[in-house]
Design a protein around this ligand. Structure first.
Ligand code: FVH
Length: 289
């Protein structure tokens, strides 16, 4: 007896890994993919292939959507709203928070229990303890889908606001993006004296690892909200950053990545906050609405 009937829409790298894991965990899995040929290996492994999205969603109590983007999700879910009524839809496609909330509103209108998910893993990690998946939206949908979702990786419910899982995903990816840009700046600077990218990356990794705990100190300053703890000030940081920018340019390396940070510090100094703790920069990141 299968543990339950699930549908997976989308058999790209991630959808395939998810379908395979669910099947291996004892679920009866029906798959659908725009390019039907990709269903072949799944059928050979014991899944059923549906010829249409409507047929696919009819076969599962929980429908997992792993398509490319918001547009492809809505292109295929909107026409089968009636078939989805009363079912649980878990959308694991990467979308923005507003797109997640829009799909949640659409689902609520059609009596569909909707959970939006964000996958903090690459396909190879699915089913391993290192995979972390965030969910937000309908809590009852989460309770129903949870046993299956927990086979994919560590599952975390982030609340009823359907946009929060996606927001957290994007926030963490933004942090990663900015950190990895730092590797490139260091590599660009050091290769002007012949250092290999590999050597600089190794040194950068060790340095960043030593600095990581400082992130929580920054958070404490932000949570404190006074920016007068006597830690590194805006003026101190401006001077330090000016040296980095000058050193980059002296080596013939653009300082564009660093200049953005410098501009924010200059704005704070111009507003009379030169003596403030430098994490006050967060005020410049918040756009009034
Ligand atoms: N792969 C990863 O490492 C990341 C990890 C974090 C989360 N992402 C997101 O997961 C979604 C799916 O990603 P993927 O890796 O499976 O992506 P692809 O291998 O490129 O497969 C894309 C599937 O989407 C189908 N598709 C694309 N456009 C349409 C459309 N207009 N209508 C129907 N299906 C569409 C595509 O079908 P086909 O090309 O095989 O016919 C694939 O099934 C994604 O949101 C990541 O951001 C993965």
């Amino acid at each position: 007896m299968p543990k339950g009937h699930l549908t997976v829409l989308g058999l790209g790298a991630m959808g395939s890994a998810i379908a395979e894991r669910l099947r291996g965990s004892g679920y009866a899995v029906t798959v659908w993919n725009r390019t039907a040929a990709k269903t072949g290996p799944h059928v050979a492994a014991g899944s059923k292939a549906a010829a249409t999205v409507a047929e696919a969603v009819g076969a599962g109590d929980v429908v997992l959507v792993v398509l490319l983007d918001h547009e492809s999700v809505r292109e295929h879910l909107d026409p089968v709203a009636a078939e989805l009524k009363g079912k649980v839809v878990v959308n694991l496609t990467t979308t923005t928070p507003n797109q997640a909330r829009a799909t949640a509103a659409w689902a609520a209108e059609h009596g569909i229990a909707y959970l939006d998910g964000a996958i903090m893993a690459v396909p190879d990690m699915i089913g391993s303890p290192g995979a972390r998946l965030l969910y937000s939206g309908d809590e009852n949908a989460y309770a129903i889908a949870r046993p299956a979702l927990e086979t994919l990786g560590a599952a975390e419910f982030a609340g009823a606001n359907a946009g929060v899982a996606s927001l957290k995903d994007m926030a963490l990816l933004a942090a990663m993006d900015l950190m990895l840009q730092g590797y490139l700046q260091a590599i660009a600077m050091m290769r002007t004296v012949g250092a290999s990218a590999a050597d600089t990356a190794e040194e950068t990794e060790a340095w960043l690892a030593a600095m990581l705990p400082y992130g929580k100190e920054i958070a404490a300053v932000v949570d404190g909200g006074t920016y007068d703890t006597g830690g590194q000030s805006v003026d101190f940081d401006r001077r330090g950053l000016a040296s980095l920018i000058t050193a980059s340019r002296e080596q013939g390396v653009s300082a564009r990545l660093l200049e953005t940070h410098q501009r924010l510090l200059e704005e704070l100094a111009a507003a009379g906050h030169g003596a403030s703790d430098w994490p006050r920069i967060i005020d410049r990141l918040t756009i009034p609405r």
